[in-house]
Design a protein around this ligand. Structure first.
Ligand code: AMP
Ligand code: MG
Length: 334
């Protein structure tokens, strides 16, 4: 028994290596969705399957964009927002699930993650071309409309109700992560085991590269658009980054960016960039935003205490890199 294994094992390994080299190809697609340039590649041996996989990824982002884009007047989220203070709105299971998950994690992040910041995002002009620094009084008034505990969900009816006029749901901190999980689920359903999706720093590394090694993901240096702050190696993981370099405007040399501190309505200042590594892209998206708001000490402490999180990294404005204990296991030389 033992003898035959010894003979067969090298043969088998040789055969498997041969298969990999001759058959696995990589197929790419780029597209624009969720206000983001998205690139993806699948590593499979069948071009038809590759086409199906790339199509499924694109559909997942387009579908979630259609539901969650609050700047399109007939989207589901816009219906919910337009009925604020008036009545509950029946929504799809998908929008319901996104909001329900967001609310659970709002509590787990002690309110650092908050999907009711839409009215404040609007004061800053994010999502439009008219950026401006709002007055203190405007922010103070809008802050009274951000208590996410007041959102009323009805699971049986799948309705969402924003009870006060002026409340605005904004799912910008979770929608891309949710779409990423949907894309990965579609790939798995098709039997595709190896793929890489990058939706503007919202990455999923499924399986391995065609050569059988881990995917390598570069994390942008927050202060150098051409620079890489770290290279992370991962397999079967979401690697989701948030940063003050992704959407911002400057007035008098001050950078005003799109990740807001729910405590005061101003751009959060404790971090410049964050990356979360874990299986769920939805939760990683939530946490990349929440850890950003909390900053290096509190944010890393939060991530360290969550068993679902594989690793977390925070880069500060002056370039300090903070990480959870396990971060070093993912760091590659670069
Ligand atoms: P992300 O790039 O995932 O960090 O998400 C940033 C986006 O989430 C912003 O463009 C807003 O739409 C929204 N957002 C900003 N601040 C917060 C916050 N503290 N909690 C939840 N969502 C936020
Ligand atoms: Mg996020």
């Amino acid at each position: 028994m033992k003898k035959s294994l010894i003979i067969f094992l090298p043969l088998l390994l040789f055969f498997m290596t041969g298969c990999n080299e001759s058959q696995i190809n990589t197929y790419d697609r780029d597209f624009f969705a969720m206000d983001t340039y998205i690139t993806c590649q699948v590593a499979v041996d069948d071009p038809k399957l590759a086409e199906a996989g790339l199509g499924a990824i694109e559909n997942a982002y387009l579908e979630i964009d259609r539901i969650t884009n609050r700047f399109v007047s007939n989207s589901e989220i816009s219906m919910v927002n337009s009925k604020a203070g008036l009545e509950p709105v029946k929504v799809s299971k998908e929008l319901y699930a996104i909001v329900e998950t967001a609310l659970i994690w709002s509590d787990k992040t002690e309110g650092a993650f908050n999907i009711l910041l839409g009215s404040i995002m609007d004061l800053w002009g994010f999502g439009s071309d008219n950026h401006r620094v709002p007055a203190e009084e405007e922010l103070a008034a809008a802050l009274t409309l951000t208590d996410y505990h007041k959102i009323i969900l009805d699971k049986e009816e799948t309705t969402i109700f924003l009870p006060e006029k002026g409340m605005v749901l904004d799912l910008g901190g979770i929608a891309k992560g949710y779409a990423t999980d949907k894309a990965v689920a579609a790939l798995e359903e098709l039997g595709i085991k190896n793929a890489l999706i990058n939706a503007g720093g919202n990455v999923y590394a499924l399986g391995k590269k065609a050569d059988g090694t881990d995917w390598n993901i570069g994390v942008q240096d927050p202060r150098d658009p051409q620079g890489i702050a770290a290279v992370l190696n991962a397999s079967d993981s979401a690697l989701i980054s948030s940063g003050d370099y992704q959407r911002y405007f400057e007035v008098d040399g001050v950078r005003y960016h799109h990740i807001l501190d729910p405590a005061n309505g101003y751009p959060a200042r404790a971090s410049a960039g964050t990356t979360i590594i874990m299986k769920s892209a939805t939760v990683a998206d939530i946490l990349s935003t929440a850890v950003f708001v909390k900053g290096p000490e509190e944010g890393i402490k939060l991530a360290e205490g969550l068993s679902q999180v594989d690793a977390a990294m925070v880069i500060t404005g002056d370039g300090e890199v903070h990480g959870t204990q396990a971060l070093k296991n993912y760091m590659a030389e670069h």
